[in-house]
Design a protein around this ligand. Structure first.
Ligand SMILES: [Zn+2]
Length: 343
């Protein structure tokens, strides 16, 4: 099969469009013929590598993908060749206490497709049969793949971990990332009032088009926590989505008493100082989460299929141009999800 793979960490130039043996599905697995893969920041981090990461080379990136079932492994039922499916990239063992409790994203031997196992920058990928979901007739594979990881992550953070309730106020720090744009849409669907801090008119315009109620341009208002305070009659907001990390000091200031700060990432860097007085003085909770459960995946993807949540799409590239696609993502030129069409 054709793939984009790499033999060592480095910049986008390590990616090679190359042949690789088509994998065979084992027991409980299916082989998916991919039509489309979507890019995530994780692809860049995995390609760059981090201390302790161990990959079996050559490695194939890609968490998100959609296509058709091409072959069934042993003991797989409920699927037939040709079924159109989207992949849940969270691979739990299925039998540990966390998996049995329906918290498969806390599995002790959890893997993320494309991170620790070979992913979707390829014509074919093997995944557990429980990790695919049927795409309804007429729904575009590209939209399904683009939605999967970011909406899954946003749903688990906002609804399951964050417990967002109707009528609450919510702030999203950052206007354009995949998870952030998903959070804006989910929060509006859930009946929240949404504040967005972003930089530049184009990104804020996108947030507005997704339903954000209040927009704050941080390139003009550096101390945006003060602006939030003013806009909320000095109450602050109840729920804050902060996947930047280094902005926590400002997020604490923008939080209402009893506020919850949700985080699924640290695009601004992993380490920063916090002022503990805000945590106890304002009764704040910091709630971390990573990816989502199988139940979350089915729930949020059905809302995608119904058109109630919509992935924002950026450029599409052919698989062989994955290097150019990653460079676009690294430069932050994209507005929405970058995809790869696989033929
Ligand atoms: Zn498990």
């Amino acid at each position: 099969m054709k793939t984009v793979l790499f033999h060592d960490h480095g910049n986008a130039n390590v990616l090679q469009y190359s042949d690789f043996p088509t994998p065979n599905p084992g027991e409980g697995e299916v082989l998916v013929k991919l039509e489309v893969a979507a890019l995530n920041r994780n692809d860049i981090w995995t390609r760059n590598g981090w201390p302790g990461i161990k990959l079996e080379y050559p490695h194939i990136l890609g968490c998100d993908g959609a296509g058709t079932v091409a072959e069934l492994g042993k003991c797989v039922s409920g699927w037939k060749i040709g079924d159109r499916v989207v992949i849940n990239s969270n691979i739990g063992c299925g039998h540990c206490p966390a998996c049995i409790a329906g918290q498969d994203n806390r599995c002790r031997t959890w893997h993320l497709l494309g991170e620790t196992v070979r992913g979707t920058y390829a014509q074919y990928v093997v995944v557990p049969a429980k990790n695919v979901l049927l795409i309804p007739n007429g729904f575009e594979a590209r939209k399904a793949a683009a939605a999967a990881l970011v909406f899954h992550t946003a749903w688990h953070s906002l609804i399951v971990r964050g417990g967002l309730r109707v009528g609450e106020t919510m702030l999203v720090v950052g206007a354009s990332g995949g998870v952030n744009t998903a959070c804006i849409q989910i929060a509006k669907l859930a009946g929240a009032t949404v504040y967005v801090v972003g930089s530049g008119p184009e990104k804020l315009e996108l947030a507005k088009s997704l339903g954000a109620d209040y927009l704050i341009d941080r390139s003009k208002e550096e101390n945006w926590s003060k602006t939030i305070y003013g806009l909320t009659e000095k109450r602050g907001v109840e729920l804050i989505v902060d996947n930047v990390g280094t902005t926590f000091p400002l997020s604490f200031r923008a939080a209402a008493k009893g506020g919850r700060i949700l985080t699924v990432g640290n695009s601004g860097g992993p380490k920063f100082e916090i002022d503990n007085r805000f945590i106890f003085g304002r009764h704040l909770s910091i709630i971390g989460s990573s990816m989502g459960t199988q139940a979350d995946f089915a729930t949020v993807m059905n809302l995608i299929f119904e058109g109630k949540l919509k992935p924002v799409l950026d450029k599409d590239y052919p698989l062989e141009d994955a290097r150019l696609a990653q460079e676009r993502l690294e430069k932050g030129e994209q507005l929405g999800k970058i995809t790869l069409t696989i033929s």
